[in-house]
Design a protein around this ligand. Structure first.
Ligand SMILES: [Zn+2]
Length: 367
């Protein structure tokens, strides 16, 4: 008998659990659940929902609790505390909750993380990842006070300090840190929207293009495996610079359409990997970007199936998880809802992953 490797085994378990869950939703399954399914961890820990719909109010409650608990984040995400603001804040704004009531608290907190770029928490070093999540949080608030916290000159200085000394167009996540496509993406999109020195963009498109793999997706660095998160970062940066044609978009599209899993409806991040709700955004947004770049003129993903997968990844009391059997968290709630929103509406901006109305406000604010 053919021995299955861990990934294939896992994939089969996820497939059969989700198929069973869907049957129950659609009331196709009236008989007893088969024994092997009852022993399947992805099924057994699944909390059943009444129907397949978005639990908006439950998610608002869940995210509000997360957002107001900034101090607690230090226990589990010490070097990424601004993320603990951005994830629930972005989710709340997608759910059309009024986020203005959190403005003062968020500004006060992020002020403690500001140098020129932002740090992962008070008294830490500047780092591109918390700089990204801090800036996006301030953009979402979209008020003069929030945007007034941004020191464009100091930010520009920080960006120059993280240029990769060994590779033109590449950036380091922090001074002396690792280089990868995330860093290029963050610098590019912030330079464009904040109207910083365009020389910071020199060589970026060429560098990103050199990271496209034989499969068509983009790797974190050159010669590495195509991955949903890095592909999003690379392609979003190219679309932002209006240089989408620097990569082979036909190949990108072929890789991308094969990431939506037939049984689950959600996306995986890499070839032969298991489906995960956060790729609803990382992969899902690329479909939208292919339209924005003008390469295709229609949505190529199965929106209905994706939404159903996200429905199945909802915790009955709020929050979204990676896949049945996992616990909900702010990260998967943010990216599950972002993918959900992007799939069939124009509310979110696919490059920045914040509402389009906020992008407009920021663009007008910084002249
Ligand atoms: Zn995930």
């Amino acid at each position: 008998m053919k021995q299955l490797n861990r990934t294939q085994n896992e994939q089969n378990l996820v497939h059969s659990a989700i198929t069973q869950i869907r049957k129950q939703y659609q009331n196709e399954q009236t008989e007893e659940v088969p024994k092997e399914i009852m022993e399947n961890k992805y099924f057994t820990e699944y909390e059943q929902l009444n129907e397949l719909e978005l639990l908006t109010n439950k998610h608002i409650k869940y995210c509000t609790k997360k957002l107001l608990n900034i101090g607690y984040s230090i226990f589990y995400l010490d070097v990424g505390q601004p993320w603990c603001i951005y994830w629930p804040l972005n989710a709340l704004s997608i759910l059309q909750d009024d986020v203005s009531k959190y403005e003062n608290q968020i500004i006060q907190y992020l002020e403690k993380c500001k140098i020129g770029g932002f740090t992962g928490g008070p008294n830490q070093f500047e780092h591109l990842a918390p700089t990204y999540s801090s800036l996006l949080s301030l953009f979402i608030l979209s008020t003069p006070a929030a945007l007034g916290l941004i020191d464009r000159q100091a930010l520009e200085k920080f960006f120059w300090s993280v240029q990769d000394p060994t590779e033109k167009g590449s950036y380091l996540m922090h001074v002396n840190g690792e280089a990868d496509i995330r860093a290029v993406y963050i610098v590019v999109i912030m330079v464009v929207i904040l109207k910083l020195d365009p020389k910071l963009l020199d060589g970026c498109a060429e560098y990103i293009a050199s990271c496209q793999t034989y499969e068509g997706g983009i790797g974190g660095v050159r010669y590495s495996e195509a991955h949903g998160g890095y592909t999003f970062c690379g392609y979003a940066a190219l679309v932002c610079m209006k240089k989408a044609d620097y990569i082979d978009q036909e190949k990108l599209m072929n890789w991308l359409v094969n990431r939506q899993m037939e049984n689950e409806g959600g996306f995986n991040g890499r070839t032969n990997k298991v489906v995960d709700a956060c790729y609803s955004f990382w992969q899902g947004a690329i479909f939208k970007l292919l339209i924005q770049s003008g390469y295709v003129d229609e949505q190529l993903m199965n929106v209905f199936e994706l939404k159903n997968y996200i429905h199945m990844c909802q915790n009955a009391s709020g929050g979204i998880f990676d896949k049945p059997s996992k616990s909900p968290d702010a990260y998967h709630t943010c990216y599950g809802l972002s993918g959900y929103s992007l799939a069939d509406s124009n509310f979110q901006n696919p490059i920045y992953n914040i509402p389009n109305k906020c992008i407009e406000f920021v663009q007008n604010f910084f002249q």
